[in-house]
Design a protein around this ligand. Sequence first.
Ligand SMILES: Nc1ncnc2c1ncn2[C@@H]1O[C@H](COP(=O)(O)OP(=O)(O)O)[C@@H](O)[C@H]1O
Ligand SMILES: [Mg+2]
Length: 319
Amino acid sequence: MEVDVMNHFGILKRFSDVPYFENEKSKKLMDDLHFSIRLGGIVVVTGLSCSGKTTLLDKTLKKLQEEKNIIVCRSLSTEKQAVSIPLIFSAFFSDLVKEKNIGSYMKAEKKERKLIELLNKHKKNLVLLIDDAHELNTQTFIGLKKIRELDKDTEGKITFILVGQPKLSNELNHPKNEEIGARSHMFSVLENKAKYCEWIIKQAVSENIKPKDILNQDAIELPGESLLTPLQVIKYLSSSLQKAYMIGVKPVTKEIVQSVLVPEINGLDAKLARNGYTNRYLCDLLNSKNNELRLFLKGQLVGSKAQEFNQEILKLGIS
Ligand SMILES: Nc1ncnc2c1ncn2[C@@H]1O[C@H](COP(=O)(O)OP(=O)(O)O)[C@@H](O)[C@H]1O
Ligand SMILES: [Mg+2]
């Protein structure tokens, strides 16, 4: 948002710089998550892209790190499909072993023994966070379950936190992954958007300015009704103020907000992407070519093929 627009509406802070939004539901989610991570096991956190998963986990892990009996490690690999079991071990060892040459522990049997030794030595719970876990494959899921079982007789326990888009819970509920799915503790990031728009404005303006001085009440409610994530609310709120400034309207009307909301925002392709489904995955799932998939996503595929595709997409919980 431009400085002129901010001055015009009396906005003191960028919307992206306002503090973390919390309500009773999100506080409870954080408390339950915190408790579950301390108990050990496989903890799964899912939510749409930009729904606040990483932010929530950062806050929860910061709180956990202040507790003395927990060590938090992170898997830093950016190629999730390629996250292999040796990489998981090396993520633990990179954070726990002081010697530079961790390669010598990575041979078969040795790495398992080393991890057991570290659990007994530190007598602390080890937590490993794997972000974007919706991209992991079945082999890795099985490997994680096996590593988890190494803590059976050790003093410290292992917790894996798998964070990902809703595809992750669909994958874990699939029979091919039921070994790990049935043993996971699942959490879903709640949508806090109902009062989010009004709350952001209050945080960004001085005390003598009210949200209704900036946007009409129906305009304030609109982003919360149509948008799904905090990031989207920030983006469309800023664009609405920018447009209202350009055409000299204050407070911002519902029509202005409507005009900047991109119609495609709730289109099928956007929904699939937010849920973690790439075109490559969808082509495999639907046994289709990329061209055919693109026609389908644009609503231009007709006949029995389109019906067949629609049914498969519905099975993913997306309508
Ligand atoms: N509760 C919240 N309050 C304020 N901003 C939030 C909140 N949750 C997320 N955000 C903002 O939304 C953006 C996306 O959040 P992020 O945690 O990266 O989402 P995800 O990991 O689900 O993709 C970030 O810029 C973050 O600052
Ligand atoms: Mg994230």
